[in-house]
Design a binder for this molecule. Sequence first.
Ligand SMILES: Cc1ncc(COP(=O)(O)O)c(C=O)c1O
Length: 396
Amino acid sequence: MISISISPNTERDDFFLAFKLLFQCFNWKRGKKEEELKSLLKEYFNISNIFLYNSGRSSLYCLLKALKLEKNDQVLLQAFTCSALVTPILWNNLNPKYVDIKDDFNIDPEDLKRKISPKTKVLIIQHTFGKPCRMEEIMEIVKENNLILIEDCAHALGAEYKGRKIGTFGDASFLSFSRDKVISSVYGGGIIVKDLKLAEKIEEQKYPSYFWIFQQLLHPLLVNFFVVPFYSFPGKYLLVFFQKIHLLSKAVTDKEKQGGKPNYFPRKMPNALASLACHQFKKIDKFYLHRKKIANFYAEKLSIDLPDEKQSYLRFPVVKFKAHEIIKKAWSQNILIGDWYTSPIAPDDANLRKMGYIKGDCPIAEEYAQKTINLPTHINISEKKAERVVSLLADS
Ligand SMILES: Cc1ncc(COP(=O)(O)O)c(C=O)c1O
């Protein structure tokens, strides 16, 4: 089975670690792993203010809160994004305003200039699929307009722009370690803050409940034992069933698609998940080299140029007419290629009005939402599997 999103980064050692942790509930909330993960990130980014939370969503929520903005202040972000980036803005009673993209799926600096108004306080940039944004142009606009710059590094841990690490350009940046990101602890994230004064305003949160932690630890186990090996039957039905009875968590809940906030956000990163994330972080170079190899394979087979810039290669985007049909056809053959993003604010059933998006706001993002598919590059994708994905595209 080929899947871009169901526990893609889990290897045997991650699986055993999750299994071991299941029996150590005394270690689930507090423990040494939180500090260890912070140290790894401090060293990696060479920035000493790191805060860990149970998701990218919690991280962005706490970061925006610390900025102490006024109600309805405007936060600019690109369309062709996920509702998980928008909801923390709404939960802070701020207004998201959308900027269109270029053909690299990242924010268009020209449209950005047009969208800035006196109400604009913050710009969030998203390095989509792990491709760095046009940082020189963006930094200039930020400076000229006195904006606060936040980098969304959910896709881009490990990427670099002209030799400088993505995540070190913004006044602050946030990371995600959720299930389908560069490294994964099923749920998890963090903030990197350059400004000490801002760092002092970032609030501590409570730990999530024991049940919530249990649910996340079960994820690699249930998914790799019962779902993935028998995906066509009964695996995919079991996945829905496990989520229905809350043994497994969903990546985005129905409530969030309407702009609502689940009660497990914002929460601090619990020790058990920090333990999974530390373990994955130590494999970041191995993951990167593998993703790059698979991305090069796709690039060669599909005759697509890869820029020299160091990307994270989280996913390999391909532009195809009738993308939605191709995705459906692949899924029907149990080849779960990626659907980032089939709507200007994904997922498809997110309420665009509640997300503050009005149809026509960002025409290029809308066009790319119709014609983008993304191919898996993760550690469990061999060249043989990548070949199957390429053949599927050739037949479409
Ligand atoms: C671009 C982008 N930003 C932010 C997030 C939020 O991260 P998390 O799932 O850890 O809350 C996601 C993931 O869902 C994402 O794709």
